[in-house]
Design a protein around this ligand. Sequence first.
Ligand SMILES: [Fe+2]
Length: 159
Amino acid sequence: MESQFTHVHDTPPPGAAADWTISQNWDAFTADEHAMWDRLFARQSDMLPGRAAEAFLRGIDVLRLEKPGIPDYRELNARLMAATGWQVVAVPGLVPDDVFFDHLANRRFPAGNFIRTPEQLDYLQEPDVFHDVFGHVPMLADPVFADYMVAYGEGGCAA
Ligand SMILES: [Fe+2]
């Protein structure tokens, strides 16, 4: 069966730094890609009341994630940094475990710098920017969870 993983690499792909980060290059996202974010955001937000933890909802609010379009990390990171000292960094896709844990230990959350296609609306195998930013980043605005994730990263590095 043909691999569906198109954002998996053994070594940092061309253009990526040694720590696998790349520029978010936010200006390059198309109107369709921003619209996909908005569509996903609307669907998932509707499901949060009664399901998501208070800290998650607070994170959405503190980080102003309700602002339409794929978040521009220049703005998002200013809010996240002020809240807990964390930042989101763009990566081409899945990164090796040691790279991932090292980023977490240093208060950097790697987010895949692409967004799913309409055919992948309900599910995709690789974490895209919506999965990573909407799914994981709100909790990083919570000081207790933010520190826990650093310890988790350090534990991953040690293991
Ligand atoms: Fe995830």
